[in-house]
Design a protein around this ligand. Structure first.
Ligand code: ZN
Length: 439
């Protein structure tokens, strides 16, 4: 069963080379399940027992299911992110080299491991804004062929490459586009041809390089899965499947996937934006509830902040904490951090442990080494807009922010089961100040 899920996961990732494509992939799955699209710029007509979704910037998405018994309701939220580190193509991209090559001018998006982008077929994907009459229309682009390469410098010209390598994004990382000097608008023409529109109708584009490597299942017992963008599309996909399978009459189940986590989330569609808060407020209003009802609902709400975690690296076991370290295929990672970069606390951890216990899903604990700063994630950032009890979780992986990452074959299936159990659970604040969990 978990092997089938892993195959579905990698086909989802393959169809999602950029956040725009990820949101389109998720929207397609939701539409197939009968979800109705809402627009932020239009009125929301929401009924109990309904299924809806809304996007922002076409790169963040929020879906929700309303229960049928919402007298004392709460929100069950699972959040993940749609973006991964990559190289973005600059506006005036073509650079001529001695009349013999055309390379593309790019800049980094997020904190990638630069070396993992060398010597492998790459292509371009993203969104293009096309003028149609008096309107601007968004078109998704994925040039589905090997188009670009960033060649390494030969060791003979850099004898110290294996001892020390420092990579400069403006000097070392520009991809080769052509073996000759191209016309100034060659890239634009290529994009226009691909979209079957006239080049002069293209007014803007957000284009990114992506790794063309096929996902792979490998290891002595096929226990590993490698693919681009496992962080965080593995969690985005698994939490979506759990959301679709869950069923809860007494709550509003919410699935959120935010763009821009890799650049700090401080954008109009990121986890630090008003997107989640706006949506929850509008759901509450559309259900005919008061702002007092919303405050009460939030007090009993719970969020899973889902983002991948670092597994122990076999060649560097000393890089992880002595005993709060995690392994692939051993279940869901609960992350905690004294400085609250991860939102987990004793109560949210206890709640999530009980949910996983009921679902028969193993959990493991992650903390950074005390002398090392780990990454941050979306949970604590979203809290500044909507404050609810949250646990930071994820799936163990290796090579985070490589262009080709590695995870465990079993773990997506674990998260699907745990997320389903979470959406099915009943969580509320009692007079005694403790939480009751019941099915
Ligand atoms: Zn992540």
């Amino acid at each position: 069963m978990y092997r089938e899920i892993a195959q579905e996961l990698v086909s989802f990732i393959k169809n999602s080379p950029t956040p725009f494509h990820a949101v389109e992939s998720i929207s397609g799955i939701l539409e197939g399940e009968g979800f109705q699209r809402l627009k932020e710029g239009a009125a929301w007509d929401i009924k109990p027992g309904g299924r809806y979704y809304v996007t922002r910037n076409a790169s963040s998405i929020l879906a929700f299911k309303t229960g049928t018994q919402l007298e004392n309701y709460s929100f069950h939220i699972a959040a993940s992110h749609s973006d991964s580190p990559a190289f973005k193509v600059k506006e005036n991209a073509q650079i001529d080299v001695k009349g013999k090559y055309t390379v593309l001018n790019t800049e980094g998006y997020g904190g990638m491991i630069c070396s993992t982008w060398f010597d492998r077929p790459l292509s371009l994907a993203g969104r293009v804004i096309v003028k149609e009459g008096n309107s601007l229309v968004t078109r998704l682009l994925n040039i589905d062929r090997d188009l670009l390469m960033i060649p390494s410098l030969a060791i003979h010209m850099n004898r110290e490459v294996n001892e020390k390598q420092s990579l400069n994004k403006q000097k070392d990382m520009l991809p080769v586009f052509s073996g000759r000097k191209m016309d100034a608008d060659a890239l634009k023409t290529l994009v226009a041809d691909e979209l079957k529109v006239e080049a002069e109708r293209i007014y803007g584009a957000d284009l990114y390089l992506y790794n063309r490597a096929e996902p792979s299942v490998w290891g002595a017992e096929g226990e590993f899965i490698s693919s681009p963008r496992l962080d965080d599309l593995e969690c985005a996909y698994a939490s979506l499947q759990g959301f679709l399978r869950g069923e809860n009459r007494g709550s509003v189940s919410v699935y959120a996937c935010f763009d821009n986590e890799e650049v700090g989330s401080q954008t109009k569609q990121g986890a630090a934006s008003t997107f989640l808060c706006d949506a929850l407020t509008r759901i509450n209003t559309a259900l005919g509830k008061t702002s007092e009802d919303l405050s009460r609902a939030l007090a009993s709400s719970f969020m899973l902040s889902c983002d991948n975690a670092h597994a122990v690296h076999p060649n560097y076991p000393e890089k992880t904490d002595v005993n709060n370290c995690v392994y692939m295929n051993e279940g869901i990672v609960i992350k905690s951090h004294a400085g609250q970069k991860y939102t987990s606390d004793a109560l949210s951890i206890a709640l999530f442990k009980i949910i996983c216990e009921k679902a028969g899903v193993p959990v493991q604990f992650f903390a950074n080494r005390s002398d090392m700063n780990g990454g941050s994630t979306l949970g604590n950032i979203a809290m500044s807009q909507v404050s609810v009890n949250t646990v930071d979780i994820g799936l163990a992986q290796l090579a985070m922010h490589s262009s080709y990452e590695t995870a465990g074959i079993k773990d997506a299936a674990y998260l699907i089961r745990a997320a389903e159990a979470f959406y099915n659970s009943h969580i509320c604040e009692t007079d005694a100040g403790v939480y009751e969990i019941e099915k």
